[in-house]
Design a protein. Structure first.
Length: 544
């Protein structure tokens, strides 16, 4: 009954603060219970309330002091004062301890009911203070990991299930997109991909390899007797703080055993929206205008991992209305969106990709999303559909927007058809955001500064920064990623150029003459704004 009681208390508080309507809150409670979460866990994971706003709610609830910052490590004395089992699954963090008092940071106003329980178990006076939930989660995760990973290395034995549960929980709370479990001759390496970069988390002894791999396969209902053939599966995981993630697993045979990659899927469509992409106001307007058209082909291009899929889903979210029939053909379905008819690509029993696409077009669609244009036949079908009353969205793998046009021509799309169907081409990359807690000022040399001068009287202000070595809030000086975009709008002048064959050189000259903003220039603007670093731009974006 405690969980229901906690939800009821939080509902009453949020209603009193007029944060959500009663109808919205009831739906949120229902969804939280379906996911075996408390309302607070659901709100935090889904981003239903801004961290600063939530802190205001807490302060209105009770006038406690605010814990601004805590050290990235806690002393052994603090750890011993409060057993790990007590705070591992709670949104609280021990800050400091004296002979008779333990100071604890919390971020959930309902956690005030823990005060009596904690005092009885710890035999100390408890002093609560408020902390922003995003800050608390980072520090909480850092502390738990410093304890758990050290214990695993020190203990002679540890349960495989305990280890893998902690690794997945850690990955969820660190915002990892992928968890790599890699067997080697003498060890088992665990790595997380965070903001596009792989980080080694821990190396375990070789003896854990088979049990951990089998544990993951059992969770996913894969056959543990099959070790030399790749397998795929899915399961749902939950972190210690109650955050739920859908996970996709891929096993692959290597010299020293099966390698496992766990993809942590972004299931919250609330976090997939156009405002979160990093578009400028001008580029956002262009995208919105493009999807308002009843027909046409919109192409997103860039290498694997450049954020094309998230941008596609953001546009689909905007188009998702009762009066629209939206269909998609994806390999695989990354995010499930209510209201969109999503189809995974299954090429078996003589069914080909083009066969499925043709069948999809007989489903009376208004909007068609094709995960990727992979061959000339798909390109031809997409272009024809865009000319016959359908809005078509898809992706390619090229470095720039201009190269995407050339790629479609090389796939055999006739210039005449391309000029009539193509509406917008978007090239993009993802660059890591500088951590605003630890980024440091940076003054480039004069030769480097010249790269930032795009037009007369352009100047660089003092907001240029570079990454530090990192802090408790980030991974190596960066936290999160943001998109960098190059857009080509197919206007009448470009349509005339597209109408002729061998037009790449003419298109290039047209964009030079009209001072078209390249992907490189868009990335440098992010540097000028202090959003990312010059090193990150050099790493990710082609200098064209």
């Amino acid at each position: 009954m405690h969980e229901k009681s906690e939800n009821e208390k939080l509902v009453m508080l949020l209603l009193a603060q007029e944060i959500f309507s009663e109808n919205t809150l009831m739906k949120m409670v229902s969804e939280a219970l379906r996911r075996s979460q408390t309302l607070f866990q659901y709100c935090i994971q889904r981003g239903e309330c801004d961290p600063k706003k939530w802190l205001e709610i807490c302060l209105n609830q009770q006038a406690l002091s605010i814990e601004e910052e805590s050290a990235s490590t806690c002393s052994q004395k603090i750890i011993e004062a409060m057993p790990v089992s007590l705070f591992k699954t709670k949104f609280l963090l021990p800050i400091s301890v004296s002979e008779d008092t333990l100071n604890i940071a919390i971020c959930n106003p309902i956690d005030l009911i823990l005060k009596k329980t904690l005092s009885q178990k710890i035999n100390k006076s408890i002093v609560f203070m408020w902390k922003r939930y995003d800050h608390l989660i980072n520090a909480h995760n850092h502390l738990i990991n410093s304890i758990e990973y050290t214990l695993w290395k020190e203990k002679e034995t540890a349960q495989a299930q305990e280890i893998i549960q902690h690794i997945i929980s850690d990955g969820i709370q660190r915002r990892a997109s992928d968890i790599h479990i890699e067997p080697y001759e003498k060890s088992l390496r665990i790595r997380f991909r965070i903001d596009g970069i792989l980080h080694e988390i821990i190396r375990l002894e070789k003896k854990y390899t088979e049990n951990i791999i089998n544990c993951v396969k059992v969770m996913t209902k894969l056959d543990i007797t099959i070790t030399r053939v790749p397998q795929d599966g899915r399961f749902t995981a939950k972190s210690f703080l109650g955050f739920v993630k859908d996970c996709r697993i891929s096993s692959y045979p290597t010299q020293h055993g099966e390698k496992i990659v766990i993809r942590l899927l972004e299931e919250s469509t609330k976090k997939i929206n156009i405002d979160a992409l990093g578009l400028s106001h001008h580029n956002k307007k262009i995208m919105l205008d493009s999807i308002k058209k009843p027909q046409g082909l919109i192409i997103l291009t860039g290498p694997t991992g450049s954020g094309k899929t998230i941008t596609l889903y953001s546009l689909l979210n905007l188009l998702n209305r009762p009066e629209k029939n939206i269909v998609s053909l994806e390999d695989p379905i990354e995010v499930q969106i209510e209201g969109i008819n999503q189809t995974p690509i299954v090429t078996q029993n003589g069914v080909t990709f083009s066969t499925m696409l043709r069948a999809l077009l007989r489903q009376d669609p208004d909007v068609v999303m094709i995960g990727e244009i992979r061959d000339s036949e798909t390109a031809e079908i997409a272009v024809r559909a865009a000319q016959t009353g359908h809005l078509v969205l898809s992706t390619l793998h090229t470095n720039t927007a201009l190269e995407a046009i050339s790629r479609l021509q090389l796939m055999g799309v006739a210039p005449y058809h391309l000029s009539l169907s193509l509406s917008l081409v978007v090239a993009q990359r993802l660059v890591r955001r500088l951590c605003h807690y630890c980024a440091i000022p940076y003054l480039p040399s004069q030769s480097v500064l010249q790269k930032f001068v795009f037009k007369k009287n352009d100047r660089v202000d003092k907001s240029i920064k570079q990454a530090s070595k990192g802090c408790a809030h980030c991974a190596e000086g960066y936290q999160g990623r943001v998109g960098v975009f190059e857009l080509i709008v197919i206007n009448e002048a470009i349509k005339r150029l597209l109408f002729h064959e061998n037009n790449f050189e003419q298109l290039f000259k047209y964009y030079q003459k009209n001072k078209h903003q390249t992907l490189w220039q868009a990335a440098l603007i992010k540097v000028k704004q202090g959003v990312t670093s010059l090193d990150e731009v050099y790493r990710v974006v082609p200098e064209v």
